[in-house]
Design a protein around this ligand. Structure first.
Ligand code: C2G
Length: 129
């Protein structure tokens, strides 16, 4: 069983996120999504989520490509996550290209092309009009 992992906030879940999750799952048989907690988003990413962690977790757990959702509470947990969940492949959108190459000592690292023209920031801007 090939195990894949990816990380994110996934707020206002949209088709760009779904495209990423679909392609991540296609790289293996089991997909772990490490979901940024509200505290991590606010303290470390200065992101204020529209949906709470629990609401974002429920949405992700309803996505057919997702097998497990666990919390992301620090930037430093990736190596232990990869080891604890016996991960074969780490996947992120290519806006993060190169940032997680240190994980190549532990698993395959894949950066997938971001879906253009859609982002949570864009959605929020449009809704403010
Ligand atoms: N994504 C994408 N296309 C978009 C928007 C997002 O492929 N149009 C991808 C991002 O590249 C990322 C994933 O969807 O791989 C989740 O995006 P975010 O929720 O914005 O994740 P981010 O805040 O970048 O958190 O430790 C890593 C961080 O938790 C990543």
């Amino acid at each position: 069983m090939k195990r894949v992992i990816t990380y994110g906030t996934f707020d206002l879940l949209h088709y760009g996120h779904i495209n990423l999750l679909k392609r991540a799952k296609e790289l293996g048989d089991y997909l772990v999504v490490v979901l940024s907690t509200d505290e991590f988003n606010w303290n470390m990413k200065q992101k204020k989520c529209y949906f709470t962690y629990d609401q974002r977790k429920k949405l992700l757990e309803a996505v057919r490509y997702v097998d497990l959702v666990i919390p992301e509470e620090s930037w430093e947990q990736k190596v232990s996550d990869v080891q604890l969940y016996h991960i074969d492949t780490f996947v992120m959108g290519d806006d993060w290209k190169g940032k997680f190459d240190f994980l190549k000592d532990y698993c395959e690292v894949v950066y997938l092309e971001r879906t253009p023209e859609i982002s949570t920031t864009q959605i929020k801007k449009e809704l403010k009009k």
